[in-house]
Design a protein around this ligand. Structure first.
Ligand code: SF4
Length: 341
């Protein structure tokens, strides 16, 4: 299915802080993203860049001490008016969960209830959210498992009786139980081997084409995103530093961090190339570097980089926040965050 330009989710100026007894830690800083209908948006960055915090804020799954302090997350459902998820009550949210938005977590063992058979977990969701009879829910559960290549007799199994790959595929089937508009996948293939990883990615792509849902896919592996994403957003130190079409971003990265990230993973296709780690470490978010947060590790840093925050600029290739492309930022907010465009 060709992605349509109709937005399904618009995230604007989203900011998340972790509060402790000292000062807030800015884990997500002024993020803007748009996900279109039928599209897969990949979010990539090193551990601690804020990508998982971002999606837990978007799906309203944040737990203290994390707090969303600013921004909006507007869902444009197929049927009905747009809603800002951040303004909904828990009760209102519960009507959207499973039916409009579903989440696949990194660890299927944590996502599945260890003391309930798989079948019970599927039928609970289907009866509650779809109002199916017990028999109809059992039949639908078997269909859902079949979609990810798991035989129906596994509905009698507990999570610990399944292999890691099977568990992860079962959580994907469960996420699709109520035909959601949006499926958020947080590193869904991290705990499985590369063969299973490819199988799962192929299944997700096939199901997305068949059912028409949109995907937000989080990973630290940029090469893997090329396999599945239509567009990619690259995060560093709590901010989105580059967005663009997946293939362009991979073949012609414009932000030095995107280029460094690409160089740190082996290509899945094409000629072999030398792998190079990114020197240094991601910055602590309690006291991130001034100016461009990547400047201590950037091989291209120049005069303005250590004191002026680059403003994200848009063009036909995407969005990038780097002085190399935009020139020195004329204005920077006093709190050091990007000025909005
Ligand atoms: Fe490197 Fe400067 Fe661009 Fe930051 S703004 S990525 S330090 S060139």
């Amino acid at each position: 299915m060709t992605p349509s330009p109709t937005p399904l989710l618009t995230v604007r100026d989203l900011t998340v802080d972790y509060y402790d007894q000292v000062n807030p830690v800015h884990a997500v800083r002024g993020v803007d993203l748009t996900l279109h209908r039928g599209e897969t948006l990949g979010i990539v960055g090193e551990s601690g860049c804020g990508k998982s915090t971002l999606v837990t804020a978007v799906t309203r799954l944040l737990r203290p001490p994390a707090v969303t302090t600013a921004g909006s997350v507007v869902l444009h459902p197929r049927d009905g008016a747009p809603v800002d998820l951040l303004r909904l009550t828990e009760r209102e949210l519960n009507t959207l969960r499973w039916e409009k938005i579903a989440v696949v977590l990194q660890s299927a063992m944590n996502a599945l209830n260890p003391v309930m058979r798989l079948g019970t977990q599927f039928t609970d969701v289907l009866r509650r959210h779809r109002g199916l009879s017990k028999r109809a829910a059992q039949e639908r559960a078997a269909e859902l498992l079949a979609m990810v290549g798991i035989p129906a007799d596994r509905l009698r199994s507990y999570a610990h009786e399944l292999s890691g790959g099977m568990r992860q595929r079962a959580t994907i089937a469960l996420a699709l139980a109520c035909d959601p508009d949006l499926v958020v996948m947080d590193e869904p293939t991290t705990a499985v081997d590369v063969v299973m990883q490819r199988q799962i990615l192929r299944q997700v792509a096939r199901l997305k084409a068949e059912l028409g849902f949109s995907v937000v896919f989080i990973t630290h592996d940029l090469s893997l995103l090329i396999e599945i994403a239509d567009r990619i957003a690259v995060m560093y130190a709590g901010e989105v530093v580059e967005t663009g079409p997946a293939r362009r971003l991979y073949t012609d990265p414009r932000h030095p961090y995107t280029a460094a990230l690409r160089g740190a993973f082996p290509p899945l296709h094409g000629p072999r190339r030398e792998i190079a780690g990114i020197p240094g470490s991601p910055p602590g978010l309690r006291t991130p570097p001034t100016g461009c947060a990547f400047h201590p590790r950037c091989p291209h840093r120049f005069a303005p980089c250590d004191h002026q925050t680059p403003v994200p600029t848009d063009d036909e290739h995407g969005t990038v926040a780097c002085h190399l492309l935009a020139g020195p930022a004329p204005t920077t907010r006093e709190d050091g965050r990007h000025a909005r465009t």
